[in-house]
Design a protein around this ligand. Structure first.
Ligand SMILES: [Fe+2]
Length: 322
């Protein structure tokens, strides 16, 4: 844990050596499924009552007031994501770590594209290891959840993340978000067997990439949907990409994956699309998200820059009763 974080009051009780929590075990029984479904049904009411994309103002991300914190948790409970706006103009990478600490999600995931402090500077990169990765280009990024390329055995499950916009692109670069609980419900309403089919532990595989660090040099297989056996929270692992992904050839899984793609694309009622402005960010329980392509300006000050921190824990206290 960064020395700076250790001195923050919210770091009390956070074990800096804590290991990633393993993948969830899918509780496939009707009770577990109904629990997710009934929770999602309750959530749909929030889309009528409160504006899902409304912004929570934060005076200082390093020191949330009780009101700010409870407002963030309320939106996370209702939608699994929340958009915030900081009043301060200075965006520091460590702000994301402090936000994570104060929300109880603690330790950040280190992936090889992250900087030394485990927080990624997502921007167009022409050099180094990153140019081959779409997040580090100006191209659009399709629907996905973060960490979909980790498999059953990696022990690494991304359950939440924070994006913070330092500089928006002059043109494009909008993000869109959908709550996986709602997607699970929409699929279940079409055919109750669809989400169960996609919980197959070998639903899709990311093939090995020998040119990458060790954790990507083996194939990684796992389900789309799983339910944490302890919290009973739904976890979704998904990417809409068509290359470098092997869907299980079982015709039922092929059909369910096709249906899932259509459901996500047609869920505009529950989709929030927003271009994050400077000082704005998103905290979420690893919801489905995508990014449109963008065009940077000529000057250094017109280069899109987003900070991203990923965490192994879901934000505690944001699971509605099911
Ligand atoms: Fe992402």
């Amino acid at each position: 844990m960064n020395q700076e974080y250790q001195n923050h009051p919210a770091s009390a009780g956070v074990d800096p050596r804590a290991q990633p929590e393993g993948p969830g075990r899918f509780l496939a029984g009707p009770k577990a499924i109904l629990s997710v479904v009934s929770r999602a049904k309750c959530k749909l009411g929030h889309y009528d009552r409160s504006p899902v994309g409304s912004i929570v103002e934060i005076r200082d991300p390093r020191c949330l007031s009780p009101t700010e914190r409870s407002e963030l948790l309320r939106r996370l409970t209702e939608f699994n994501f929340v958009i915030y706006q900081t009043r301060s103009n200075s965006s520091k990478k460590t702000d994301l770590g402090f936000l994570g600490l104060q929300l109880g999600i603690g330790r950040t995931d280190h992936n090889f594209c992250a900087d030394d402090d485990d927080i990624s500077s997502v921007q167009v990169c022409q050099q180094g290891d990153r140019p081959g990765y779409i997040p580090y280009t100006d191209r659009p990024l399709g629907w996905h959840t973060d960490g979909y390329y980790y498999g059953n055995r990696s022990g690494r499950v991304i359950r939440s993340f924070i994006l913070h916009c330092v500089t928006p692109a002059p043109q494009g670069g909008e993000n869109a978000f959908i709550d996986p609980d709602v997607v699970f419900l929409l699929l279940h309403e079409i055919d109750e067997s669809l989400p169960v089919t996609l919980s197959n532990p070998s639903a899709f595989t990311i093939p090995p990439d020998s040119g990458q660090p060790v954790d990507r040099q083996f194939s990684r297989t796992g389900p789309v949907f799983s339910i944490d056996s302890d919290s009973r929270a739904l976890h979704m692992r998904y990417t809409a990409r068509r290359h470098n992904i092997l869907w299980n050839p079982d015709p039922r899984i092929t059909e369910a994956a096709k249906c899932l793609k259509e459901v996500i694309e047609q869920a505009s009622r529950y989709t929030v699309t927003r271009k994050l402005e400077s000082g704005q960010g998103v905290i979420c329980n690893n919801v489905l998200h995508r990014r449109s392509g963008f065009v940077n300006g000529d000057s250094d000050a017109a280069q899109r820059l987003i900070y991203r921190a990923r965490f192994y824990k879901r934000v505690p206290g944001t699971l509605p009763p099911g």
